[in-house]
Every structure is written in C-alpha cells, then in structure tokens.
Design a protein around this ligand. Sequence first.
Ligand SMILES: Cc1cc2nc3c(=O)[nH]c(=O)nc-3n(C[C@H](O)[C@H](O)[C@H](O)COP(=O)(O)O)c2cc1C
Length: 316
Amino acid sequence: MNDLVKKLKITCPIIQGGMGNVSHVPLAAAVSDAGGLGTIGAGTLSQEKIKEMIQSLQSETSHPFAVNIPLTVHPESEQVLEIVKAAKVPAVTLSAGNPVEYIPDLKNNGIKVLCVVSNKRQAEKAEQGGADILVAEGYEAAGINAEEEQTTFTLIPQIAAAANIPIVAAGGVGNGSGLLAALSLGAQGVQLGTRLIATKEAQVHSSYKQAICEADSNATTIVGRPFQQIRRLLRTPYAAYLLEQQESNNWSKEEFLNKTDEDHHLIGAIEGKLTEGHVNAGQVSALIDDIPAVSDLFNRMMEEAKTRHHFLSSYL
Ligand SMILES: Cc1cc2nc3c(=O)[nH]c(=O)nc-3n(C[C@H](O)[C@H](O)[C@H](O)COP(=O)(O)O)c2cc1C
C-alpha cells in the first residue's frame, strides 16, 4: 500500500481521468467499486446536471470518488467549486487552469485535491499551493494537451525528482506493463482515459469503442497546433477535416474552438457520427483490442503488473 491509495482511501492505484461530458455515473461507480477512484467529469455540464450526477454517484457507490473541474473550460467553474464543497465529495481534480487559489478552500472542506500538471514548474506551484496529489500528464494522452508535448516517460521522472507528494502518471497507460512502468518512473498510480472508454460501462457510442479497438499506431493525431490548442484525437474523417482547414489557414482560433467544442465532441463520442464530430483518444489506443468490464480490466492490470515485476527481477 502506498501514500496515494492511503490518502484517497482506495485499494487499487488506478484513477479514472475526468472526461468532460462522457464520464457518466455508471463508469465512475464501476471504477470506484473496483477499488480505483471513479471520477465525474464536470466538462461544461450545467450546475443542475453536476449536482444530479454527484447525488446519483453517492447513491451508487459507498467508495471514494472525485469530480474533475477543468477550470478554464467550464464557464461557471467557481459555482461548480461551491457545488462540490456543499456535496462534500471526497476528492476534486483540478485541470486546465491555475489551481492554486482554489486549493486551500477545498482542503478546509475536507476534500482531497489532485492537480493535473504537464511540467515541473506547474507541479512545484501546485505542491506549494497545498495540492495533495499531482497527476502528471504526457501528450500521449487523449484530449487537450500541453504545448510542451512532453511524453509521460520523460515527464514523470522530472516531477518525481522535484515533488514530495504522490504522483499519478497519465497518458499512454492501458495495461499492467504500463502501470508497472509508471511505478518504476516514480509515480504511485496511474490515471486512465482512453482505456476506460473501451469498457462495458462507458456510455459512449459503440463506434467510438470499436474504433479504439481497431486502432493502430497511426490512429491518433494532434490538431490545433497553429492555435496553441493541442488536442489529441482519433484520426477520423472529422479529424482529417479539422487538419485540412487549419493547414489551409481557413480558420481563426475562434472558428477552430467552435469546431472542437463540446457539442462537436458529443456528436462524435455519444452520437457516433465520426464525420461530424471529433473523438478524443490517446496513443494507447494501439494497445487496446477488447471491451472488458472495469473490474476485469483492473484485476488483469494488477495481475499483469505483479507478474511482470516478478519476471523482470531476473533481468537485473
Ligand atoms: C473523452 C475524453 C475526455 C477527456 N476530458 C477531460 C477533461 O474534461 N478534463 C481533464 O482534465 N482531462 C480530460 N481528459 C484526459 C483524461 O482525464 C486523462 O488524463 C487522459 O485521457 C489520460 O491519457 P490516456 O488517454 O492515454 O489514458 C479526457 C480524456 C478523454 C478520453
């Protein structure tokens, strides 16, 4: 048992990444019931919807869970912070913005605060600001990424060397070997996004899950570089359209943001219209070829990590 699982009162060192508008209650409950930390992604959901989801998750599971608030993405993040305090949620993940001013108040309300960071400077600021846990995300990850485009493999050791609080590795993890690698780089657990999309409990369109299962090493792409809006997507017809428009300089940043907003994400991810909306997916898609139940996935990952660990000791 390590500090991460002790702090979060979980039994398995696997965290569900906040997934705006697609981390519904059944998936979060399945993750928490399997011993990990389930997460509701506030995304751009209405305040009413967030309250309803928290209540529903509280009745579905007795285990700890988190709410992810992407600070600069949710138009009413201050109000969402009030909601999570009133609901006394066990943990909050702050991403996409400077978390420092919000940490003390959340902690005073007994909430564990996880901060998503993408470089050492952000990690140091979050730790100095009182964060309980750092989630360090490499640009293999699905969705919005940092401009530095650092890989998880190089990012985790840098942050591990600088931090005195537990670190969670995000980006590129989908099996037991990835979990073990993250631990050996200095993390105490992993955060999964893409791998959890391809599970029985994820309530996304079957064509999204299927596309992840069929993905090869060329299956994801980055859009938005000309607008400093790095986003990793599955290489669908809609992603090709986005790339074509940005490369022919047809769009302003605002137009790009409109075409990659949450409505287009829902059209792709929930309605399964891969020519009309985008879907987030990480490079780890190339390693995914099945759609297990969350508990089976976690058991498999833990077993594989232990077996690989035992096996690798003979290498050294
Ligand atoms: C569909 C989807 C939506 C996401 N939305 C968010 C979000 O709203 N906030 C956030 O902090 N991260 C978001 N992420 C990133 C995940 O929380 C996670 O850190 C990332 O997916 C981990 O990398 P992986 O995809 O390689 O597992 C999203 C990921 C996916 C797949």
